[in-house]
Design a protein around this ligand. Sequence first.
Ligand SMILES: O=C(O)CCC(=O)C(=O)O
Ligand SMILES: [Fe+2]
Length: 626
Amino acid sequence: MEDQPLQDDKAARAQARAERAAAKAQAKADRADERAKYFEEKKNVRSLAEIVENRLLRDLGSSLETHARSATFACGGSLSFKKLKDGQDEEAHEAHTVTATPGENEATAAKTAESSTKSDAQQPAKKNSNTPRANLTKDIQICFGESSKCITVTFSRHGVSAEDLQQLVLACQPAPFGRGGEEVLDEGYRKAGKLDADAFTTSFCPYQAGIVDVIAQLLVPQTAQGKHTRSIKAELYKLNVYSAPAGKFKAHVDTPRSKNQIGSLVVSLPALHKGGELAVRNAGKEMIFDWSSSAKSQTAAKAKVKWAAFYSDCEHEVYEVTSGHRITLTYNVYVTRGIGHLAGAAAALDSQQLPLYQSLKDAVDNPGFLRRGRVLAVWLTHSYAHTNKHQNFLPSSLKGADMSVYNTARALGLKCEVVATMSHDFDYDEDGPSQFVDRTFPGFKQDGSGSAVIGGKKFGYKDINGLVTWLNPERDGKRKKVKEGEEAKPKQQLFREVQTAYMTYGNSPSMAIKYSRAIMLIRIPPYLKRGQEAPESIWEGLKRDLTEEDYEYGDFEDYYGDEDDSYYAESYGAYCSSEDDHDEEDYSSDEEEEDEELGEDAKAGNGEAVGEGSALPQGDGETGGH
Ligand SMILES: O=C(O)CCC(=O)C(=O)O
Ligand SMILES: [Fe+2]
């Protein structure tokens, strides 16, 4: 009997133990449950945040695409010969006159890739009596030949005489072009005659004719947000004659002669011809400039001077001339420092009025957008001339759509940097153009040690993956080869423009300057730091963001997965090259310096290649082209 209480006691203890164990198991299960719930919730919050963020990124990407497609990349106009009446003042006369077709913004002037037809780009979109119209008050003379027996050919409101035309055609030499960095004469690709700029003089002046002003307004517009003004300089390059039958120049880009070269200008002198339309393409769009006598705008009796200007990285071609002679003067167009807002109220583009500005602002104002801070990377629409020495290039040379992306980001106080992405090595074999592009890491040049170099700083592969968000895909996807002797289908031609392979065809052999695809990097600061002063450079900003404590972000602490921030901070330290690893000057995008460089180029008064003669795979040296 005595054992009974003991046994009861034991059983009670066992039961208590079992209960405790059960409670413990329950508590553990509850905790696991709670934990699961907590993580589930966290995942939901995260996926909600991701959904918001992805939507903002998508909106921003499509805004960017629309922006690129609607931007101006070419413009054109025409000039009539008008003799001044006795006593009429030339300036007063000019003040009432100027016509231009501002490229893509005029729906009538451009056709999309899908509906590309030949249109008359010179026809002013709207008749507007306030629109000034430029006229030529004097005939245009071209002089060539040895100084002792110089021949003068005159273009007037009556066109050009058959005899003059014959002399000019005879004076020309076959025009070569650049293929894979070499000078080639191949009439299947280019059939034209040329006079080099030093072999003739002309009385025609694109400044006097008002063309340079129009180009400057349309291709390098001032922005309300821009600190410095930009202008352009046009330099006579060649006189070309495209004659029937078969005068043509197939798809190519114009070889840049300086890193400040932004565009090309073609001026067509009045000589009767048919065919020979100039097609210029960009971002899936095409503009056709038809200067033939069968063009709609041609009021048969009046000979006119017609012109077109375009960013020189845009693919373009001259279709076959089927009758007569098509005579052109070509100019290289460089960006230079402007003279400033003289009246203090220059007509400037306001980036804040662009739809892209609103999309970027909506994103930046949203706490769910790249909350911890990030770098946005944007493939630019245009390609840029740069030297091997300068991987970073000057924002002042940005073209149309790209310049407004830059200004939009700047208007929101965001730090931007523009970097050239890779070097292109060209090759040409019997199969057509081929090209080697270093794509070890898309968009970033790698050095031997496997780290990427951006803006002169080295980063580990993983750093970049973790820090950069791409806003748009690179444009030059698949390359379509057009075999020699085979006609490219119109669509094939049209879309080759977005691929790098076409760069194999230049209008002269490549020099020390080459085109490169470029990226704009935009720093999005951590949410709580938005609106604060921008850092000196994107990478300075990143370094700061990553090394500072960011407990304020609470639940978002592991927003970017399980990678630990300290990893970035440490690896930044490890990978970031020391100051003396690179020459600051080479990579600086400081506006003061940029200003100086443009100034110097303007002072030099020429478009000589920067870094000419450096050892580059493409070779160098001017050997003629157009
Ligand atoms: O004559 C034209 O319209 C364009 C010529 C051209 O593309 C060139 O000379 O590079
Ligand atoms: Fe060209």
